[in-house]
Design a protein around this ligand. Structure first.
Ligand code: FAD
Length: 488
């Protein structure tokens, strides 16, 4: 009889793992608490509007393509995406506006024209980001940090010779403040820390690697929206024989003689040769592995930030808004102190609006727009979220109404709200953190849980709470690492 693998959770890394395991010849079953696949990468439909509920920025699409190619299927038959010419529109409190073009020459000219930032500074920043990516991605994203081979490889040796250029000992803000002439440019580049839920005033400047993903490799938009990543991979997994059990939370990982033997659900015991856990690592230790050794240091690491999102169906089209829009909001910083006073987070408030109907008109009724309106907030530490939601809603509406010269509240015809409590409830992510443990400390990359258990054989971990980290590309990478580790 062939080997059996069980995947706990159908987040994007869980689905990717299931595909990889099935291609290795395993009989694969995915157990999922929710009634739908995708975890954070899901969608909301209401009143003629469709919203991508979680991620809005798509980078490294090749990692999705690779899963189709593994199954000898041409990805272009099922999954397509377009590279964005403009990655984001930025709106500053003093009325300055700029478009972040993907073309570097155009981008540098825009910075110079709109913000007075010398073009050379932009080119230098992008080169630095590319250098960081070239040397660090092969170690910190594409390999397990917990295997000696990684540190003895040629790529590691080449990186050692450049250690002083990686800025481990400075914060992102320190480097950006020094690098750029204009505070707005530093503020804009600092924002990339939020891509993994960190604070640029604490996180090492090594995270200046992130802009390379967007500007160097490219930002993309899947035809059909972000949720099509989940949907197409879910269909791909099913087409190669993966079984999905929805509404079926896993209650325990069964371990005998330091080896994972299967799982318990309400249906009883399910035997497996290999178990891959895609559930938040901390939650998994506290519930599914509560009888096992607890890696206390890892479990107690500070968590990344969370998000407060208003999904608004707006009965008007605003031509000045693109797919991604950032409003820097220093002018009402004090109002947001209520929200930012707990936990470590980017303290320069931004309101982020993602409008997929700009690219995909089917996402909103004619003449309307689907606004995914998000502010970064600390993870859940028991704040009075009901009060904060109303507070933030008022402040955001005031800000946007002033900026767009229109009473936004009167244009909202559909509304849904997601807050850190709900994120935790819907995905088991501890404290509603979007990216597992935070990366605010320079050792954070080394303090993520490995993709395997050091104590329990045949137990592997994938997803945003373990190595290499959160975000779709890193989650897909984690599934690839599990595959490689199993093959070793
Ligand atoms: P998760 O999505 O965390 O899913 C885990 C799954 O496990 C869930 O479905 C859960 O129900 C299931 N589960 C948990 N416990 C059990 C159990 N006991 N039994 C069975 N099933 C269980 N990333 C980007 O790349 N770009 C972005 O722009 C971006 N923006 C984001 C915005 C928001 C608002 C959010 C919430 C996230 C964003 N992210 C972004 C992060 C990205 O969504 C996540 O890193 C990624 O989707 C996490 O995938 P995962 O595989 O870790 O699983």
């Amino acid at each position: 009889m062939g080997k059996i693998a069980i995947v706990i959770g159908s987040g994007i890394a869980g689905i990717a793992s299931s595909i990889r395991l099935a291609r290795r010849g395993y009989t694969v079953s995915v157990f999922e608490t929710n009634s739908y696949p995708g975890g954070k990468l899901t969608e909301i439909t209401k009143g003629g509007y469709r919203f991508d509920a979680g991620p809005s920025l798509f980078t490294l699409p090749s990692l999705v393509d690779e899963l189709f190619e593994l199954c000898d299927i041409d990805p272009r038959k099922y999954f397509n995406y377009d590279q964005l010419d403009e990655t984001c529109r930025y709106f500053f409190p003093d009325g300055k506006e700029m478009v972040a073009w993907s073309d570097h020459e155009k981008l540098a000219s825009e910075f110079e024209k709109q913000l007075g930032e010398p073009k050379a500074n932009i080119s230098k920043a992008l080169k630095n980001s590319a250098m960081l990516y070239e040397h660090l991605a092969p170690l910190f994203i594409e390999k397990s940090l917990h295997k000696a081979e990684t540190w003895l490889s040629g790529k590691a040796v080449s990186a050692y010779s450049k250690l002083n250029r990686f800025d481990f000992n400075k914060t992102m803000n320190e480097v950006n403040k020094k690098r750029f002439k204009q505070p707005e440019t530093a503020q804009l580049f600092n924002r990339y820390a939020t891509y993994n839920g960190s604070d640029p005033y604490q996180t090492p400047a090594t995270l200046n690697i992130i802009p390379h993903l967007e500007f160097g490799i490219g930002a993309f938009f899947p035809q059909g929206g972000m949720h099509s990543i989940t949907q197409t991979l879910y269909e791909l997994a099913q087409s190669i024989g993966v079984n999905f059990y929805f509404n079926t939370p896993v209650e325990k990982i069964v371990v005998h003689d330091n080896k994972a033997k299967g799982i318990d659900t309400k249906m009883g015991f399910h035997k497996a040769d290999t178990v891959v856990c895609n559930m938040d690592m901390v939650a998994a230790y506290k519930t599914l592995l509560k009888d096992q050794h607890q890696p206390k240091k890892l479990l107690n690491q500070p968590k990344s930030s969370s998000a407060l999102i208003f999904y608004w169906g707006i009965k008007k089209e605003f031509s000045q808004l693109g797919l991604h829009n950032i409003f820097f909001s220093e002018d009402y910083k004090t109002e947001f102190e209520h929200i930012f006073n707990k936990g470590s987070i980017y303290k320069d408030p931004t309101v982020y609006i993602n409008i997929t109907s700009v690219k995909n008109p089917a996402d909103a009724p004619e003449g309307c727009q689907n606004w995914f309106t998000m502010i970064n907030v600390p993870n859940n530490q028991g704040q009075d979220w009901d009060y904060l939601i109303q507070y933030a809603r008022k402040a955001i509406i005031k800000k946007l109404s002033q900026h767009l010269g229109e009473n936004i509240e009167s244009l909202i015809e559909v509304e849904e709200i997601l807050d850190p409590r709900l994120i935790e409830q819907k995905t088991s992510s501890v404290a509603g953190a979007l990216y597992g443990n935070s990366s605010n400390n320079k050792y954070a990359a080394f303090l993520r849980h490995p993709n395997f258990s050091k104590r329990i054989k045949q137990l592997y971990f994938c997803g945003g709470s373990v190595h290499p980290g959160g975000g779709i590309p890193l989650c897909l990478s984690s599934a690839k690492l599990v595959d490689e580790l199993m093959n070793q």
